[in-house]
Design a binder for this molecule. Structure first.
Ligand code: DGL
Length: 267
């Protein structure tokens, strides 16, 4: 199985992109709803939770891991790579590659949770790809709860976005990376606010394409994965809530059965 984890259901934006790019492969998802949000937690705690999430997915047959959560990808990728000997994909690399390629004047904005922005990982990786690139980042902690409440087109959400995006507009960014699982659901609003000349990047599709290319180039790994004709994709969460069920439906445009993750040891 392709194992995907996130701090909650926002990572389903990534799972949806993988389902679309790789419809023949079976996917198992874990959303750590009991301990969400990760974006306000320390790097040590996020890394510990991330290892437990990978253990959960491995126990359910995952042979490849996708870190869909930007906060986890920012601070736990090195630990995960050092701990687990299996192919691991995460959302930041593809976003950085796209931003470096598409930026017209080397002025890139990044928005994300506090943990992601504090890690400085986007700046570091973007500058590795293009030393002349200037990165302007802004933590946007209020956006996750707004998305989870389904406030996707409310006046209050627009006001908060205006406030968060104003400094990036002042810096005249030409590209804006959506560095959080939840922000693709606000993409239209963000695009309208930041202006049509700014390229808004959501890395889920690029990540799915990277994964598809990897499987094509590594048939011996692809062979170890379960196929969709063996069963449906499975969506586990560490706490089943009505709000999560609604957000999942909003993301996929269909109802998704959320299974309670039981017998998960530390989770
Ligand atoms: N999944 C998180 C991320 O992409 C957002 C929600 C959280 O803070 O846990 O950073």
């Amino acid at each position: 199985m392709i194992g995907v984890f996130d701090s909650g259901v926002g990572g389903m934006t990534v799972a949806r992109a993988i389902e679309q790019a790789l419809p023949d492969y079976r996917l198992v998802y874990f959303g750590d709803l009991a301990r969400t949000p990760y974006g306000s937690k320390s790097a040590a705690t996020i890394s510990r939770y991330s290892c437990q999430n990978v253990d959960f997915l491995l126990a359910r047959g995952a042979r490849i891991i996708v870190v869909a959560c930007n906060s986890a990808a920012s601070v736990a990728t090195a630990t995960l790579r050092a701990t687990y000997d299996l192919p691991l994909f995460e959302v930041i690399g593809p976003a950085v590659a796209q931003a470096a390629r598409l930026s017209t004047h080397g002025r890139v904005g990044v928005i994300g949770t506090r943990a992601t922005i504090r890690s400085g990982v986007y700046e570091q990786l973007l500058q590795q790809q293009n030393a002349a690139c200037r990165v302007f980042s802004a933590p946007c902690p209020l956006l996750v709860p707004l998305v989870e409440e389904g406030w996707l087109d409310k006046r209050e959400t627009k006001m908060i976005l205006r406030r968060y995006l104003a400094p990036l507009q002042q810096q005249q960014v030409d590209t804006l990376v959506l560095g959080c699982t939840h922000y693709p659901l606000l993409k239209e609003l963000i695009q309208r606010r930041i202006g049509s000349r700014v390229r808004v990047i959501d890395s889920s599709k690029a990540l799915a394409e990277e994964l598809a290319a990897f499987l094509k180039a590594n048939p011996e790994v692809a062979q170890t994965l379960n196929r969709r004709d063996e069963g449906d994709n499975l969506y586990y969460v560490s706490d089943v809530t009505e709000a999560a069920t609604q957000t999942a439906r909003r993301i996929f445009g269909r109802s998704i059965e959320l299974h309670a993750a039981t017998g998960t040891g530390d989770i």
